[in-house]
Design a protein. Structure first.
Length: 806
């Protein structure tokens, strides 16, 4: 079994070998190992008040003498002291006030100790070192804190990483011709914005993690003899590629033209220049309803079919259809062309898919320009504009797309789409279409915010447009139109699922800003996500039939959307500045990332879901793969390591003959090098506050490897030779002792008590247990009795050295 090394049965590992003893919570390393359990051996346990009745006199109690409890007592008579007793009080209010006063004194003492420790803090050696700032107010958020919430003292120390920012600034002399899509790494597209937050020091974060693991600060070893095992093998496997191959746009990227946004130079084109034949148009519309309509619903199908018949009827009589109808028809056909495979386009239309897409895109832009979409108040023109944006904004999103979405939102608000149509005595179909268009804009707003930033343009409370009703299209044409949702699967169920998920993600974005400003508690926000997950799965899973492919698709989309919410809230705390993330939160983060990856891969690889796989990039960009890659690299004993590696092998196309450790180093170093090239081209600036908090940053490795740079003409040969090269001199780590802090749990053993006591101070566990029962969320992350003695690298292929036995 390829991953049998993860399930051996011996002793646990210990991870405190390479950790300096002089470090304090004030210093923060960007490494995944910087705040490991081994770094917190001397944490004082939290004081628990017993509130017992005091019967000794004050003088004996002060001197810790045995009091005989007489009045006066023997000790006070002997030493001629005033014998005083505390008055007994049965008032629970007084007792509570006394307990509160003691708690506040304890908090004050701990804060003073922390302040003293911060002043004498020593930075971690190696990597990126961060010191905490005195102010707890979030900077550069530009979001008003309108609601306040009582914060528990327990959450004050759990802070998000300071290496994530909302806003980004670039130098003036950067290359405007460079695409702002980021870099491609396997199936993952990543830019300077990871999970919606700017990471200007991502290269240094990856360097820090690599140095810590190779330097022995991980769980790999504790023995003094580990130096030879910490040395990376020479030569290490590498993936050499030209920057053009990973910085340029991929096959899913569709750039909008500026001519329809600024018309006047090319207004001589007409409908006939782009219109396909009636037979081809019928096939495109059929493809639209099969692959696009149910996935990205933006029209009322009976109304659209009537408009389609009118469109061709007017053409048959020699009349040009209205520009608004032209725009809707071309937008639908354009979306259909994007959803096709290359073979489908060639067989049906006798042309390449790219040529078909380019022709219909130009036709859609021509129709929108003729419809005066920048100043119109017609809903159908805005409907066509949104239908045009849907296939553009998927996996690869540039600022051009973000600018178009921002324009669409402002135009929609100017024509009142952010107000529900039921307030204006509109017909059920009109109300339904307005809701569809608005909530598609809400999704596009969140998608462009995550990809290019800086924040959602649509804010909670700025609109009252309701969700589309969970009804069939035919129900809206009935004499008695429905006024509520149907309790079964309908035409609009998937769209309703998407709307609710986007609504949650939008509210969470602003909740995170409130958390940073200490206006909300982290517990309340995570519980909010869990409540929504419970409600939506209970409501919608009951409507689904596993034998229906479209229902399977809906299950994957629901899971991707809501599990991504856990990642959205918690991923910044994985590298907390003050203390290690509690293992019960870490468990939720790992499980959410793994679940999201598994569902994204199933959506991409399941043959039954192939008609809808074209839109998969809009739901997931595999950013969680980077987080889990670093996690299993730093902590190879994780319970879910086998499942995680199965997903990572698919996402990053890793050579199968490498061990897990080598796979991780191959991907992390290659991603670091690619991001370093991209950052130097983009010339991204970090804030002075972030720079001041960095203790020491190693010089860019790019400046020191000019002699190792491979010419672009040799890229193909180098790639083949490096990836096929068996790693030499690799050996398993030496044996370790069994006093590991391993993983935290809510009921830790004595050996782990100091570490876990600190972790339990960060979250309101009483509230937590109501929604995350300890049976499912115990915080046990690792394989029990993980054995490093028998660690063999987890090879999934033949032995690296042919001489060695299998």
């Amino acid at each position: 079994m390829a991953d049998s090394w993860m399930y051996s049965s011996t002793s646990n590992s210990n991870g405190n070998s390479g950790v300096p003893t002089g470090e304090s919570p004030a210093a923060f390393s960007a490494s995944a190992l910087a705040n490991s359990p081994a770094d917190s051996k001397h944490v004082q346990p939290r004081v628990r008040r017993r509130n017992r009745l005091i019967t000794s006199c004050l003088e004996c109690r002060r001197r810790k003498l045995k009091c005989d409890k007489t009045a006066p007592c023997a000790n006070c008579v002997r030493f001629k002291r005033d014998c005083l007793y505390l008055a007994s009080s049965s008032d629970p209010g007084n007792q509570q006030r006394l307990a509160d006063m003691k708690e506040k004194m304890g908090v004050l003492e701990r804060n003073l100790e922390r302040e003293v420790a911060n002043k004498n803090a020593k930075a971690h050696f190696g990597g990126v070192h961060i010191t905490r700032t005195a102010s707890t107010e979030a900077s550069h958020t530009h979001v008003d804190a309108n609601e306040e919430e009582e914060l528990g003292e327990d959450e004050e120390d759990l802070e998000p990483t300071p290496l994530a920012a909302l806003d980004n600034v670039y130098e003036d002399n950067n290359d405007d011709e460079l695409m702002d899509l980021g870099v491609q790494m396997g199936k993952m597209r990543i830019s300077e914005r990871v999970g919606g937050w700017i990471r200007p020091k991502l290269v240094d974060e990856l360097n820090d993690t690599l140095k810590d693991v190779m330097g022995g600060k991980s769980r790999w070893s504790t023995s003094p003899l580990t130096v030879e095992h910490r040395e990376p093998p020479k030569p290490t496997p590498k993936i050499q590629a030209s920057p053009k191959s990973y910085i340029g746009p991929g096959p899913d990227y569709i750039a909008p033209a500026s001519s329809f946004f600024f018309p006047g130079t090319n207004m001589n084109t007409s409908l006939i220049d782009y219109l396909p034949s009636r037979t081809a148009a019928d096939q495109l519309v059929s493809q639209y309803f099969m692959a696009v309509h149910y996935m990205c619903r933006a029209v009322h199908r009976p109304t659209f079919e009537a408009q389609y018949a009118l469109f061709w009827g007017q053409i048959a009589t020699g009349n040009e259809p209205a520009p608004s109808i032209q725009a809707v028809m071309f937008a639908a056909m354009f979306s259909a062309a994007v959803s096709m495979h290359e073979t489908q386009a060639t067989q049906r239309f006798g042309t390449s898919r790219s040529a078909l897409i380019d022709s219909l895109r130009s036709g859609t832009e021509m129709a929108l320009a003729k419809a005066n979409f920048l100043r119109t108040t017609r809903v159908d023109v805005m409907q066509a504009f949104v239908m045009y944006l849907i296939p553009l904004i998927r996996a690869e999103v540039s600022r051009a797309h973000s600018a178009l979405v921002g324009t669409a939102i402002r135009l929609a608000e100017c024509m009142g789409l952010h107000r529900d149509g039921s307030h204006y005595s509109m017909s059920p179909v009109e109300v339904h279409v307005r809701r569809l268009v608005w909530h598609q804009l809400c999704f596009l707003d969140m998608r462009t915010c995550e990809a290019t930033g800086p924040r959602p343009q649509i804010r909670p409370g700025d609109y009252d447009t309701r969700f589309p009703l969970n009804v069939d299209d035919s129900d809206l044409l009935a004499e008695q139109s429905p006024v509520g949702d149907m309790p079964y699967w309908t035409d609009a169920t998937l769209m309703r699922i998407r709307c609710e998920a986007v609504e949650l993600r939008r509210s969470l974005w602003f909740d995170m800003v409130q958390i940073d400003r200490k206006k909300k508690s982290l517990t309340s926000v995570v519980v909010k996500v869990q409540k929504t997950w419970n409600n939506m799965t209970q409501k919608y899973f009951a409507m689904m039939n596993e034998s229906v492919p479209f229902h399977v698709l809906a299950r994957h989309i629901l899971t991707l959307g809501l599990q991504g919410c856990f990642l959205q809230v918690l991923h910044r705390y994985l590298f907390s500045t003050s203390q290690r993330m509690p293992d019960r939160l870490r468990q939720i983060l790992i499980e959410a990332g793994l679940t999201q990856m598994e569902n994204a891969i199933a959506l991409e690889t399941n043959a039954e879901l192939a008609p809808w796989a074209w839109y998969r990039g809009a739901f997931n960009q595999y950013h969680s793969a980077l987080m889990l890659m670093v996690e299993v690299y730093a902590y190879p004993m994780r319970k879910d390591a086998a499942k995680i590696w199965k997903c990572l092998d698919y996402i990053f196309d890793i050579p199968p003959h490498l061990s897990p450790k080598q796979k991780a180093e191959l991907v992390i170093t290659d991603l670091r090098d690619r991001m370093e090239v991209y950052h130097q081209m983009r010339k991204l600036r970090a804030t002075t506050q972030m720079e001041e908090r960095i203790g020491s940053i190693s010089k860019s490795s790019l400046q020191h490897k000019a002699e190792d740079t491979v010419p672009l003409s040799q890229d193909a040969e180098t790639l083949n030779s490096y990836t096929a090269m068996p790693p030499a001199n690799f050996s398993p780590p030496p044996p370790v002792t069994n006093d590991s802090t391993g993983s935290g749990s809510r009921n830790p053993s004595v050996a782990r008590n100091a570490d876990v006591t600190m972790l339990m101070e960060d979250i309101d566990w009483a509230e937590w247990d109501r929604y995350f029962p300890i049976e499912q969320n115990s915080g046990e992350l690792n394989v029990e009795n993980f054995d490093f003695d028998n660690f063999n690298g987890g090879l999934s292929g033949p032995p690296l050295d042919p001489i060695l036995p299998t």
